[in-house]
Design a protein. Structure first.
Length: 376
């Protein structure tokens, strides 16, 4: 279960960025489909509309503010100021503006769904779902609205409801590759790996250069113990990443970790080193690289990576345990003892907050088995 937990953490950390691209386009398209009720308010309003259509978000936000001053509460200026602020990722400001708009336009389903989206982006999934429920009373949700509700459930780790809403979204818009990607991720978290594989393959049929779908196809194949196809999928993801403008550490990390488990260290270490170059501030890449060095008896290099990992995430017991083992091999017994004590303390703290409390009996000697299955 270590792999599923770590992958879920990485997934939820990137949810909002992934979704933002879809929402940005949706907001712009809404503006094209529904002309603003501000045309009669003078040059500032006309300029604001033009700036919004040109995606000059900061300028549009200021211009809509000026437009609102001409006739407070009587136009859609605040609505589109809120949309501009969302596209600038100024969610707190956007929420204030949209709440003000909703007070004077209580029947605005647009504002209602946007407020639900803002709460999602603010990592308030329960609040977002409440706002979503209120918005549905004004207008049935769109496919995109259903996707946001699904991702709220992902943040709550309610994968069953997340899958339900993603299925509904895809029935309305089967061509939404991001919704299908998220469905694949949810199926993976549910250990429904065949369904996950099907979802990622469907994404790749529509977007053959989609790095994240190709990489997650590899994860799903690996989970099925289809090692050779998984390796091929990871290699394809790396090939796609190398041609991309922005790089992801994930395919290098996943392939490197898999090869290291088979003691193919000469292949694994360069991949993990590349992952650490792409994401130098990520605990996981330094941990896996340090572990690969340790398992191949390169203890000085292992020590360097493990020390970085511990600094990046001092609350992760596996990093301290690995560093303790490395210090043991280097003959630094006092430093090793400190790391093992820290490992024990962190695990006791974790047990004390778990439903079973200290009765679980976890101790540092169990850390080795935890470490064995903790690949992402």
């Amino acid at each position: 279960m270590g792999r599923t937990f770590r992958t879920a953490t990485a997934y939820t950390a990137t949810l909002r960025t992934i979704t933002f691209r879809t929402i940005l386009v949706a907001l712009a398209m809404t503006a094209l489909l529904h002309p603003l009720q501000v045309s009669a308010q003078g040059a500032s309003c006309s300029d604001a509309v033009q700036m919004f259509h040109q995606r000059l978000w900061a300028e549009a936000a200021s211009a809509f503010d000026a437009c609102e001053q001409h006739n407070p509460g009587k136009t859609d200026a605040l609505l589109y100021r809120g949309k501009s602020l969302i596209n600038l990722q100024k969610f707190d400001d956007a929420a204030v503006v949209l709440r003000s708009y909703a007070q004077s336009h209580p029947g605005s389903d647009d504002a209602a769904y946007l407020l639900a989206y803002i709460s999602f982006r603010q990592d308030k999934p329960q609040e977002s779902l409440g706002l979503f429920a209120q918005a549905t009373k004004l207008k049935p949700p769109s496919a995109n609205d259903l996707t946001i509700a699904a991702l709220d459930y992902v943040l709550l780790k309610d994968y069953s409801d997340a899958a339900h809403y993603l299925d509904l979204s895809l029935k309305m818009n089967p061509d939404d590759v991001e919704a299908r990607y998220h469905l694949g991720r949810v199926r993976y978290q549910q250990n429904q790996f065949d369904l996950a594989i099907s979802a990622f393959e469907e994404v790749l049929m529509r977007e053959p250069k989609n790095v994240k779908a190709q990489d997650n196809l590899g994860l799903s194949l690996e989970a099925k113990n289809r090692i050779d196809p998984a390796i091929a999928a990871y290699k394809k993801a790396i090939e796609l990443d190398q041609a991309a403008a922005v790089h992801s550490e994930q395919p290098y990390l996943n392939l490197g970790s898999l090869l290291a488990k088979s003691s193919r260290f000469d292949e694994a270490i360069p991949l993990l080193a590349r992952a650490s170059e792409i994401a130098p501030d990520e605990f996981k890449v330094h941990y896996e690289l340090g572990r690969a060095y340790f398992d191949s008896n390169r203890f000085d290099a292992a020590c360097q990576q493990a020390e970085v990992a511990v600094k990046l995430d001092p609350k992760d017991s596996s990093g301290h345990y690995l560093l303790g083992r490395i210090y043991q091999r280097l003959g630094q017994k006092d430093l090793a003892k400190e790391q093992f004590q820290e490992t024990s303390q962190l695990m006791r703290d974790k047990d004390s907050h778990s439903p079973g409390g200290m009765a679980s009996g976890t101790d540092v000697h169990k850390q080795n088995s935890h470490e064995t299955d903790s690949h992402q």
